[in-house]
Design a protein around this ligand. Structure first.
Ligand code: FAD
Ligand code: UQ1
Length: 437
């Protein structure tokens, strides 16, 4: 059901009622970026609810970073789920539908149900799609409740993860990172550390080999945190295979097939007693198939500083679906909100755009069931830490932030458009820190 839906026209076409809407600002996607932007913008235009429209098909909104903790046996899916109607801003119209076509020349979009929406400004916040089918055998393994194949990456698959970890008593547990860009590049290894920590507590650690297989040639993109993570792996006896990609799962044989990205004709078959898979990801089809708007990989082409489209100046992008070379995280979205908001306002007033995004991203890398390395960095992969301690060291305080503080900030501040990341705190703790431009 569409909330506040007051289409300007209803067209009866062979007994199918198609609606035509128009608005000042159209937001595609009601996830982290879309919901936060719609909240901020609809507050600005609150006298006219029809000014901001959000197109989003999902019934529920999830705080995705919590999936990792659920996989580690901390909390359940209900803890990180809210009804979409309760999180989307009341001052905006919600069209509960999927966008299937964007026509930037005509400034309109079409939805799956056949509705059309004209816009003055378009904000694209469509996130990343999980491409489970790209790995043969993976869906079959995930769907079978008795198999040991699992994934923290979606609300449907995450409930099985901790059960599978609890059932593992020996053998080899494999964790994977795919050969595509992913959201939260730290999550595929966080779940390995959480599982390792559980098995250690159960006195099972000596019976289980823990192997992290990553398609990347490094364990983490930022040297400071990569060095710290190598120490974690060495001290906990986690074996790391770099440039290693999962290409097939054979659930009935408990076998996983890996390809070496250094020598692509070389494949290796491994037996597993647990297989945690991070699926390959792409942008949603509506973007991927629109080459006028996207790069070769299907990501929305925006200027990495202003976040405005490089060809259509009334289109802006936020979050995981853009081609900006930052790490795809919620923390990155937080600092993009202010940039997109101010640049949209400047554009509407005919002014030069004033705000620049410097690629800030952050990742609380959970390294056990009570500790965390709090990585923060920018486009140049230079650390950009907020707190006055060395965040490359494992800390319990960072774990408490991950478990308690960030979810609170998300539901209460960020989704209402009031959280732009920790930059203000950083300035207080590091008043003389230089910013690389
Ligand atoms: P999303 O929030 O995914 O929203 C995209 C929205 O678009 C969805 O609601 C979807 O339904 C909608 N949509 C898709 N297709 C269409 C269509 N055709 N029409 C209309 N709507 C559509 N980030 C951190 O900062 N810290 C962490 O610790 C962290 N951990 C994570 C752990 C896991 C397991 C996962 C999965 C993610 C984690 N993240 C973390 C990443 C974070 O959740 C994402 O970076 C963030 O949610 C991106 O926001 P977004 O708005 O770009 O995309
Ligand atoms: C952050 O701002 C944020 O948004 C709410 C997250 O969401 C999950 C984060 O994980 C992190 C790390 C940040 C950055 C904030 C601080 C205080 C470092």
């Amino acid at each position: 059901m569409n909330r506040n839906l007051s289409p300007s026209k209803i067209i009866d076409f062979q007994n199918v009622r198609l609606a035509h809407h128009s608005c000042k600002i159209l937001v595609l996607g009601g996830g982290t970026g879309g919901c936060s932007m719609a909240a901020k913008l609809s507050r600005k235009f609150k006298e006219k609810p029809s000014h901001v429209i959000v197109v989003e098909p999902a019934e529920n909104h999830y705080y995705q970073p919590f999936f990792t903790l659920i996989g580690g046996g901390i909390g359940n899916v209900e803890k990180c789920r809210r009804s979409m109607k309760d999180v989307l801003p009341k001052n905006a119209q919600w069209i509960k539908d999927c966008v299937i076509e964007i026509d930037p020349k005509k400034n309109n979009i079409k939805t799956k149900n056949g509705d059309t929406v004209d816009y003055e400004i378009l904000i694209v916040a469509l996130g990343l799609k999980l491409n489970w089918q790209a790995v043969p055998g993976l869906v079959e393994g995930l769907d079978n409740p008795n198999s040991q194949v699992c994934s923290i990456y979606s609300p449907e698959t995450v409930p099985k993860v901790f059960k599978a970890i609890e059932r593992t008593r020996n053998g080899t547990a494999h964790f994977t990172y795919p050969n595509t860009p992913v959201k939260c590049a730290g999550a595929p290894q966080k779940i390995a550390y959480l599982a390792e920590s559980y098995w250690r507590k159960q006195n099972l650690r000596d019976n289980i080999n823990v192997v992290y297989n990553t398609s990347l040639p490094v364990i983490f993109g930022v040297k400071k945190y990569a060095d710290a993570l190598w120490e974690v792996c060495n001290s906990r006896d986690v074996h790391v295979n770099l440039s290693t990609n999962l290409i097939q799962v054979r659930p009935s044989e408990n076998e996983a097939v890996f390809q070496s990205l250094d020598k692509p004709d070389k494949t290796r078959v491994e037996k597993y007693t647990l297989l945690h898979v991070t699926p390959p990801m792409t942008t949603p089809d509506v973007l991927k198939n629109n080459r006028d708007l996207t790069n070769e990989q299907g990501f929305l082409r925006v200027c990495e500083k202003t976040l405005r489209h490089d060809k259509y100046h009334n289109i802006f992008g936020i979050g995981d679906c853009t081609n900006t070379p930052n790490s795809k995280t919620m923390a990155a979205v937080a600092s993009q909100i202010k940039v997109v908001y101010n640049n949209v306002m400047d554009y509407l007033m005919g002014k030069e755009m004033s705000q620049v995004y410097e690629g800030y991203a952050s990742c609380p890398i959970v390294t056990g069931n009570d500790k965390c390395i709090l990585a923060e960095f920018d486009y140049k992969l230079h650390p950009r830490e907020t707190f006055p301690y060395n965040q490359g060291k494992e800390s319990h305080l960072a774990f408490v932030m991950k478990k308690e503080v960030f979810p609170f900030i998300y539901w209460n501040l960020m989704l209402n458009g009031y959280w732009h990341g920790p930059e203000a705190f950083r300035k207080i703790f590091h008043p003389f820190a230089k910013i690389d431009k």
